[in-house]
Design a protein around this ligand. Sequence first.
Ligand code: FE2
Ligand code: FE2
Length: 206
Amino acid sequence: MHPEHELSQDTKAILGLKLPTDPRWVNLAEKSLEEILTDHAYCEQKAATSCISLIQRYSRREELVHALAPIVTEEWGHFRLVLSELQKRGLKLGQQRKDEYVQALLDFQITGNAEEKRLLDQLLTMAMIEARSCERFKRLSDGLEDVYMKNFYRRFMESEAGHYTLFIELAELYIDKEKVRKRWNEWLEYEAAVMKTITVRGDRIH
Ligand SMILES: [Fe+2]
Ligand SMILES: [Fe+2]
């Protein structure tokens, strides 16, 4: 767990997001706990599989492989935490939903042969999702009435803040810092525009 002062630094970094979550979202989420837990479970699962894909794709980049290997375990642990929370409440995992938010982010990724640009965008996509998820978990942790659930989401918030930082650091390890910063700003602008187009719903983490 991060000491308080570090956590507030992380939280500050998340505020790099250009558009804060609509405050109505927490109230909606509170009313659809089963759906939000299901959606959350799949987010964690996707985080684990995305890290595995990155390891497979960039297996020659040793630092990336060693940095992401434990994240796979951590994200899978998150999935299991959410799964057992569902089970405890007699709720089912249910079906995976189409993830409009992630799809919109993937549409912004540069594809093609320029490996460095592709790598950068893939790392920044991960950082973006971590940052927004962290902000959403913070909203839940701050806004929910239930003390148990406030703490439940706080743990995820802390963990995803660390992941956000890790993906940015990995990008800076392989790519010129100035290029990372410039592209990250483009991602932040784009993500804010995406958020504006997505309907506020209580059954989605994003
Ligand atoms: Fe996670
Ligand atoms: Fe994460």
